[in-house]
Ligand binder design. Sequence first.
Ligand code: ASP
Length: 439
Amino acid sequence: MKKVVKFGGSSLASAEQFKKVGDIIRAEKSRRYVVPSAPGKRFSADTKVTDMLYQCYAQAEDGKDFSKLLSDIQARYNEIIEGLELNLSLDKEFKVIKENFEKKAGSDYAASRGEYLNGIIMANYLGYEFIDAAKVIFFDENGHFDEVQTNKILSKKLKKVDYAVIPGFYGAMPDGTIKTFSRGGSDLTGSIVAKAAQVDLYENWTDVSGFMIADPRIINNPKTIEAITYKELRELSYMGATVLHEDAIFPIRNEGIPIHIRNTNAPKDKGTLIVEATCRHPKYTVTGIAGKQGFASITIEKAMMNSEIGFCRKVLQVFEDNGISIEHMPSGIDTMTVFVHQSEFEEKEQKVLAGIHQAVQPDSIELESDLSLIAIVGRGMRSKRGTSGRVFSALAHAHVNVKMIDQGSSELNIVVGVRNHDFENAIRALYDIFVTTKL
Ligand code: ASP
């Protein structure tokens, strides 16, 4: 058994947290490749080291004195080193960082140092080899992740090293310039290492015990999802459920490597297993419920629309021409409705209306704003009678008016549109019917 273990920033924010991580890694010999994030917040008002680095570099770029901020960052690392009683000094590293900041090495370089330095500490603490991600993770000249080159070099390297620390979040461009993934990107590094080392499991350790069935800010103490498929996860993350970086599943989704979300502060908790497919029956009909607020809908009505070839294309072209992405598109016989992000749409609203009038000469166009979309997601809904019935009766009992319904033919999700002010009430009603009063 071979595992990659990735630890998020809050798991590595202090020496105390590092000790928990050390205990977890040492508990199993199979935990061979470690991917650390930069130190996160130690308490809620604290600042993540990554954010401190961005701020510090911004000062350097403006030609201001950044030495105070840089020494505050070094103090964060020194506190960890001292707490772990390591015989390690980062003075030389900080000297190089200072020089590179003066040379304006770029904000990606600056941010990447958070993971780089934490990786050095982690390797020293565990007695593992340190592998600089800039030597094994590559981006092409356009800044896109170079999967082929990375996999070639990284897998070759890991064949020779049994235990190693590979810092998350960054890699290098062909000319050696440091480049980072988007924020939270250490999750991606974990997947990339998992693929290259062909491990059996990718453990992603964080500060929650996995994915919750619904948002804990709305539902008090929601149940955790035990197992979820990649597809279900996509649907839920798209709707705003965030535990893992959205792109983290791509490198390994065709490799049969599951991701196990675990809690560093509660290592005995079961966590959530993310898999390609499973024959394990879900505990509830729905795997998760998630939603987003802030949508607008544009309903276009025209008699005999259905027989007009190219009608939808012409309407959609107007949105494309205005650079507006479309979220959902329910349609009737003589109507089609387009859901868009209100913030994207508002400033271009009149241009879009004029464009639609010119393109298809509709009988009328109606606009509605302040809408929310809620996705009820679950592989357990497939071929199960009555799920949509339960959705709508729960919403009706909660006095929520449903503005839109969209069920994908995969039967993996039902999306409903409601008004923003009904959003939380709707989620509570859905959680109640599917989880609390499990039938
Ligand atoms: N440290 C980076 C961030 O704060 C990357 C990561 O933690 O995954 O976004």
